[in-house]
Design a protein around this ligand. Structure first.
Ligand SMILES: [Zn+2]
Length: 825
């Protein structure tokens, strides 16, 4: 690895604010609230340089009230004053500023006389394209200047999160620095779902603000430093000509494992990684496709454990102390379990990390002969997750390390991730960190900032060259310190967590002490939880969806009890009192209060949801959801939370389809339906839709969960050994009393997974295929069907629904309602 990559980001600049003076090596850009300099951009600036100029101008005005003019370089010579040159101006070349040795996104900050140069590696992509091979070095130079020379901070997306210290005079001391970013790639994946936002514009604004916030924190994904399953097309290309590239299975064949996911699908085949012909093929492929922008080699296995049982691969393995069968019996046990068609037979091979490490090194050796700077990207994954015991690697090998931490951050889990990291670091490899823990916690006030920051520092000191956090769930008001520390550490790697937290708390002015007390309280609450607390609560609550991670909101009250929430709220009220009289501090405390209220209302819905599921009475639940959604709509423009993320997660259990129909009179159909499997698709021929058909021998079923989750589905699974996919029929009846005024009748389905046909009194009224109108999410969406023409009054109407489901859950899984209203005149 280029030595510059691992070089630390050195803080050498000194902020000088010497009012009104011009001194050796420095000059004023604003003097007594008046512009004393102009911003100069090249005559043909790339997108990010224009953006850099606008940002610099905006923050200088916010700080001082002065507007610095932005001029093109050819116009600049006509005015005589101090200049701030941005990007590749001719003046930078004349001044001898060298940029050709800059690393990715690197930049120079240097002043010569009364000229300041901010220039970086820029590419001509739109500046918003931070997850493309875009480089925005000049823009980052401006952010660096704003951060370190002017003390600007970006606590969360949007204007309220911007901290801009006031200064009527802004002077610059002698600056001369070439900056190499501490990470060659850093990404905070933004999670977005359109549903859950009441106003599309609010969502668009949130996305834009978040994107800008991430840029201001130097997030810049380098897609050339990533891991991908590299051999998914190899069987198609080489299965016949070069079977030796592929794993030798215990039965002596070379093919994709028929007992694994995909039942022999070639995209899951693993490779014979000790085969020199395979290495040469990888090199040939790379030579044919490598570019200046994408110079690296990806050698990660497909999404599968290593499986090759050939003698050469097995001879590369190093006896693994934790394997609980004798080392020389590995093949024998593998053959035995493979013959039993056991998917997990490959655990008998033990840990294969030394085998994979050797493979990565062999490929690197060959590639280096062609490009000495090449990086080889490999996974630590599946049965090669644990660090190799003997093989030495090289810092041009980048290992993708996912780690295992999810909330709660117990010391055991943290230690395990540290050990794993240290083990790989000790081989000499570089590593990229790609954890999933930021997806956890829903909108609850979980505090992990300190533990995160310490772990980040630990990894950074041990060869971390990249990050990829999955995901930015955008809970800025309840999890703000976590998000700020995470963002800030992407470049300010030498700052301590306490320094960074102090920047955050300092923004609350007179409420600082109370805000510290508030988040320290959540830290204590968060640290007290254990996996045991959450797991046993999930069991006790019979949460079918589990509780960790994606469904955290369903068991969050194991930790965030009403009493715990009330205590937190009381501390925040103290902060609000302390902030009185300070407009900005009050607004920021209010920002925190909105997040807490959002969390409280979320907990209230889950409480009501439990009552609804236990009693069948939905009214309290429906009121709680409506209250929550109305509240979210009232604060969604304030960037307190990513409402789409919350809605998406909650939709996996909470039914909101009633909201769509809540302002028209409606009745829910009898929740007890009749049901029959139709594995041979004979229901239509036998007229199971007919009103005369006798369904009295059919099963009973509800429509609040998919059929797999119903007793009838569990029974099927028990009898057949697998869950049912295919056709299934539902029947129900309802009576409509005759009325004096003409009415319109609509059946409203909460959701049907996946396709369905619907009959009323034997007449087909809807044929809804899947995906419906190309919407792959249509299985989860509510829909309506007008049955006015088919309804009979004062006698039973027979409703029949044939559902076709081809994967995952299936059936009518949200309640069905009959809506009625006056016919439009
Ligand atoms: Zn092999």
């Amino acid at each position: 690895m280029e030595n510059s990559v691992s070089r630390l980001y050195i803080w050498t600049l000194i902020v000088m604010l010497l009012a009104g003076s011009v001194y050796a090596g420095g000059f004023d850009i604003v003097r007594d609230g008046k512009a004393a300099a102009a911003i100069v951009i090249p005559d043909k600036p790339v997108d990010c340089v224009q953006r850099a100029a606008a940002e610099l101008q905006y923050y200088i005005k916010e700080a001082s009230g002065a507007t610095l003019e932005i001029v093109s370089e050819s116009d600049a010579n006509q005015i005589s004053r101090n200049y701030i040159y941005l990007g590749a101006c001719k003046a930078a070349v004349s001044a001898g500023i060298v940029t050709d040795k800059l690393t990715r996104n690197g930049f120079v900050i240097k002043n010569i006389g009364s000229n300041l140069f901010l220039i970086g590696r820029d590419t001509a992509y739109p500046w918003t394209a931070y997850d493309m091979p875009a480089e925005t070095g000049t823009l980052l130079a401006v952010y660096n200047f704003l951060d370190r020379q002017m003390g600007v901070r970006w606590l969360w997306p949007g204007k309220l999160g911007e901290v801009v210290p006031k200064a009527s005079t802004i002077s610059i001391s002698k600056l001369d620095e070439t900056v190499t970013l501490p990470l060659i790639s850093s990404r905070f994946y933004a999670y977005h779902w359109d549903a859950g936002w009441s106003n599309k514009q609010a969502h668009e604004q949130f996305k834009t603000d978040e994107n800008i916030w991430e840029q201001r924190h130097y997030f810049s994904w380098n897609p050339n430093v990533s891991a991908k399953h590299s051999f998914e097309k190899y069987w198609e290309r080489f299965g016949i000509a070069h079977p030796e590239y592929f794993n030798l299975l215990p039965d002596g064949t070379r093919r994709s494992d028929p007992h694994y996911v995909g039942n022999g699908n070639p995209m899951y085949i693993s490779m014979c990684v000790s085969d020199p012909n395979l290495w040469n093929q990888i090199i040939e492929d790379w030579k044919a496709t490598r570019t200046k922008e994408n110079p690296n080699i990806y050698v990660s296995e497909n999404d599968t454990p290593g499986r090759c049982c050939c003698p050469r691969c097995m001879s590369w393995d190093v006896p693994y102390p934790e394997l609980n069968i004798p080392w020389d019996k590995r093949l024998e046990y593998s053959k035995r379990d493979f013959a039993k068609k056991t998917d997990g037979w490959s655990v008998n091979l033990g840990n294969l990390s030394d085998r994979y490490a050797r493979f990565y090194m062999e490929v690197l050796k060959l590639a280096r002969q062609i490009d000495p700077n090449v990086l080889v990207m490999g996974y630590a994954y599946s049965n090669y997750t644990n660090p190799p015991l003997q093989t030495k690697l090289d810092d041009h090998i980048v290992i993708y390390n996912v780690g295992g931490i999810m909330y709660p951050w117990t010391s055991e889990k943290v230690q395990k991730d540290k050990d794993m990291w240290t083990g790989w670091a000790n081989t000499g490899a570089s590593q990229s960190w790609r954890p999933n823990f930021m997806l956890d916690g829903h909108n609850m006030p979980i505090f992990i900032a300190r533990k995160f920051g310490n772990l980040f520092s630990y990894f950074h000191k041990r060869g971390m060259v990249g990050t990829y956090f999955d995901s930015d769930t955008g809970q800025y008001s309840t999890q703000g310190p976590n998000l700020y520390v995470l963002a800030r550490m992407q470049y300010a790697v030498d700052k301590s967590v306490d320094e960074i937290l102090d920047e955050y708390y300092g923004a609350f002015g007179p409420a600082k002490a109370a805000v510290i007390e508030y988040f320290s309280y959540w830290e204590k609450v968060s640290d007290a939880a254990t996996d045991q607390t959450l797991d046993s609560y999930a069991v006790q609550q019979k949460t079918p969806e589990g509780g960790h991670y994606g469904h955290f909101y369903m068991i969050a009250d194991a930790i965030f009890t009403p009493e715990v929430m009330a205590n937190g709220h009381a501390i925040l009220n103290k902060a609000a009192d302390a902030a009185k009289g300070d407009k900005t501090a009050s607004a920021r405390v209010d920002f925190l209060l909105k997040g807490l209220k959002n969390a409280e209302l979320t907990l209230a819905v889950q409480e009501a949801y439990r009552v609804y599921k236990a009693s069948g009475n939905a009214s309290a639940y429906q009121i709680a959801v409506k209250t929550l959604d109305d509240y979210r709509a009232s604060v969604e423009a304030d960037n307190i939370a990513n409402m789409g993320f919350l809605y998406g997660r909650e939709s996996e259990s909470w039914d909101r389809s009633f909201l769509k129909f809540s302002n028209v009179p409606n009745v829910e159909l009898d929740p007890k339906w009749k049901f029959m499997w139709d594995p041979n698709d004979e229901g239509i021929n036998k007229e199971w839709f007919s009103e005369k058909y006798d369904d009295s021998k059919w099963f009973d079923i509800g429509v609040d969960f998919c059929w797999e989750e119903q007793p009838v589905g569990r029974q099927w699974e028990k009898q057949h050994g697998s869950q049912y996919d295919g056709f299934g029929w539902y029947r129900n009846q309802f009576i409509v009393p005759s009325a004096n005024t003409p009415q319109q009748f609509i059946l409203a389905f909460g959701a049907v997974d996946e396709a369905c046909k619907i009959w009323i009194n034997g007449q087909l009224v809807l044929d809804r295929p899947y995906p419906y109108k190309d919407d792959r999410d249509s299985w989860s969406k509510p829909f309506e069907v007008d049955i006015t023409k088919f309804v009979r009054f004062d006698q039973p109407n027979v409703l029949a629904v044939r559902v076709e489901d081809n994967s995952g859950g299936g059936g009518i899984w949200r309640p069905v309602k009959l809506l009625f209203s006056k016919t439009k005149e």
